[in-house]
Ligand binder design. Structure first.
Ligand SMILES: Cc1cc2nc3c(=O)[nH]c(=O)nc-3n(C[C@H](O)[C@H](O)[C@H](O)COP(=O)(O)OP(=O)(O)OC[C@H]3O[C@@H](n4cnc5c(N)ncnc54)[C@H](O)[C@@H]3O)c2cc1C
Length: 350
């Protein structure tokens, strides 16, 4: 693995642009149907570190409808202040109107750093904002630090299947805009009763007009646990042999109370929908337990799950990379090993 680092000299030459004018670390607090998306607690954790180093305020920005109640939750997770746009205009996510609201607020509030989750919504918003604000953006970062001299962002991201790790900054623009990869940071701890300031904001409806029309919201499959937030994940790979192999993975996941994940090989083969894919071009997960069944563990898969607390690999090949990485490796045919584990779980539970 090679590492490309922005030249020290180049970073040090950057004059901290009117840094006194641009103050505060802001986090865009994405919500779905009024619920804060769990990744935001990771953003607040990353943001808190930056705001402490800079000795500046940590601010969350909440946009939606009937979302006021979530502001206290953000304060209890570390925000000093929460700006809230709570308006029927923002009932459904339309990135044009959300971006306009954020653009207006950022132009007035002049934050130093703006963190946005690298989610579907966040990626779209960040791209629009970088263009309309004429500022720099670093996408999909997994680590954030500050340049000792300029106090500019030094953000780490990986590219080319994890083979290149680059450290990037935003030269002399402010705010520095960063999209943060889900699960790259631990979640901020909740401090019940923590005090902060909530600032309600109003909008000019005419300004929020969008050329996009919201038609319908379709929730994901009923009762299916999302791998992005699951504490336990059981994933299946090409070693399952057939799409029906996922029936066994689902049974195993159910016995463990886990979500179902998958390797790209199985997603590409149409055995399971994309939202289950773990890895570089899928989701990054950080569960307490990750069980990989019939997955070899190519670098692109590892990029999405190697930070899991406990990793169990079940594979016929003891030389498979995941067998070497795993906390516990079980060498054997998954069609024998998994039913035996399920039977044991049932026995233990009586
Ligand atoms: C740009 C790019 C992005 C990518 N992004 C991703 C990504 O996000 N996620 C991802 O997963 N991959 C990704 N890939 C693909 C990746 O390189 C691998 O091809 C893929 O992960 C392999 O999937 P697999 O482990 O299921 O299959 P294989 O590599 O074929 O491994 C199957 C494993 O099953 C074992 N096995 C076979 N039969 C049994 C049995 N009966 N019991 C137990 N074990 C058995 C075999 O020993 C083997 O180790 C990407 C590739 C590229 C080029």
């Amino acid at each position: 693995m090679s590492s490309v680092t922005l030249e020290e000299k180049q970073m040090s030459d950057v004059v901290p642009v009117a840094s006194t004018q641009y103050q505060g670390v802001w986090c865009y607090a994405e919500q779905r149907r009024g619920q804060i998306v769990p990744t935001i607690y990771e953003l607040l954790q990353a943001g808190r570190k930056l705001s402490s180093d800079l000795k500046e305020e940590l601010v969350a920005v909440l946009v939606g409808y009937k979302v006021k109640a979530a502001a206290q939750d953000l304060i209890e997770h570390g925000a000093d202040k929460v700006y809230v746009y709570d308006n029927p205009l923002f009932e459904n996510f339309l990135d044009e109107s959300y971006a306009k609201a954020l653009q207006e607020l950022v132009t007035q509030g002049k934050p130093n750093k703006l963190l946005i989750p690298a989610s579907t919504h966040g990626r779209s918003l960040a791209a629009r904002l970088a263009v309309t604000l004429g500022t720099g953006a670093v996408a999909e970062v997994t680590e954030i630090a500050l340049d000792a001299k300029t106090k500019g962002i030094r953000a780490t991201r990986s590219s080319y299947g994890g083979n290149v790790v680059s450290t990037l900054g935003c030269k002399d623009q402010r705010p520095e805009l960063v999209t943060v990869r889900p699960m790259a940071f631990p979640k901020a701890e909740k401090v019940p009763g923590r005090q902060g300031k909530v600032v309600p904001l109003s909008v000019e409806p005419a300004l929020m007009k969008s050329r996009v029309k919201f038609i319908q919201f379709v929730p994901e499959e009923n009762g299916v646990q999302d791998i992005g937030t699951a504490e336990k994940i059981v994933s299946g790979g090409r070693g399952l042999g057939t799409p029906q192999g996922f029936d066994l993975i689902r049974e195993f996941a159910k016995a463990l109370g886990a979500a179902v994940g998958a390797s790209r090989a199985t997603v590409d083969a149409g055995w399971i929908p994309y939202r289950h894919q773990v890895g570089l071009t899928g989701r990054t997960v950080r569960p307490k337990l990750y069980v990989a069944c019939g997955i070899s563990g190519q670098i692109q898969h590892l990029a999405g799950m190697s930070s899991s607390e406990v990793i169990v690999a079940i594979n016929t090949d003891p030389e498979a990379p995941l067998m070497k990485l795993a906390t516990f490796s079980v060498q054997g045919d998954l069609y024998q090993v998994i039913p035996a584990i399920i039977a044991e779980i049932k026995k233990q539970r009586g």
